[in-house]
Design a protein around this ligand. Structure first.
Ligand code: MTE
Ligand code: MO
Length: 164
């Protein structure tokens, strides 16, 4: 059983569970206001500097789960695509392009905001947003988009799935 399941972490998939997703074929497109838009493959992400953040994912529905989340800092991703000084928000899209959510630049740049693929040393499964999800302990859990396929760098705020 996955560690997150042992901790009785609820599985949120408002748009419907995506089924099986293949880790090795995963890609995340990073585009919008930047000099070098790039599609990161699973291998690209694995070759980057890994950060482990001991932090908590907290939902407005009154549960939270704490552990060691591992992945790459969103700040490193932004540097890698040469994000424009005009960027004010990052907009995340989950698999299927139904669920989206946006966060302000300053929070994306915080040290524990990650593109995460593991929890307590174990790969994230589809239930918990694998292969790769956003992990942002500074905001409500709804901002930690699961199974992310695309990140848009924007200067405008777009209300996301839950806000609409
Ligand atoms: N694609 C997608 N991402 C999502 C959600 C969702 O329904 N779909 N729910 C959000 C909410 S409200 C919370 S609290 C966390 C829950 O993460 P978990 O399902 O891994 O516990 O994921 C967030 N990311
Ligand atoms: Mo939530």
């Amino acid at each position: 059983m996955h560690k997150l399941a042992k901790l009785k972490t609820p599985i949120f998939w408002a748009e419907g569970h995506p089924g099986q997703l293949i880790r090795e074929n995963w890609t995340i497109e990073v585009s919008g206001l930047c000099e070098s838009p790039k599609t990161f493959t699973w291998a690209d992400l694995q070759s980057m500097n890994k950060t482990i953040a001991d932090a908590r994912l907290t939902s407005v529905t009154r549960w939270s789960v704490r552990g060691n989340w591992g992945g790459v800092r969103l700040s490193d991703i932004m540097d890698s695509v040469k994000a424009s000084p005009k960027v004010k928000y990052l907009r995340f899209w989950s698999y299927g392009s139904v669920y989206d959510t946006s966060i302000p630049l300053a929070i994306a740049r915080q040290e524990k905001t990650l593109l995460a693929w593991e929890f307590d040393g174990e790969f994230l499964t589809e239930d918990y947003g694998g292969p790769v999800r956003i992990f942002c302990p500074y905001l409500w859990g709804c901002k930690s988009a699961k199974s992310v396929i695309k990140i848009e760098l924007t200067d405008k705020y777009h209300p996301g799935f839950w806000e609409k």
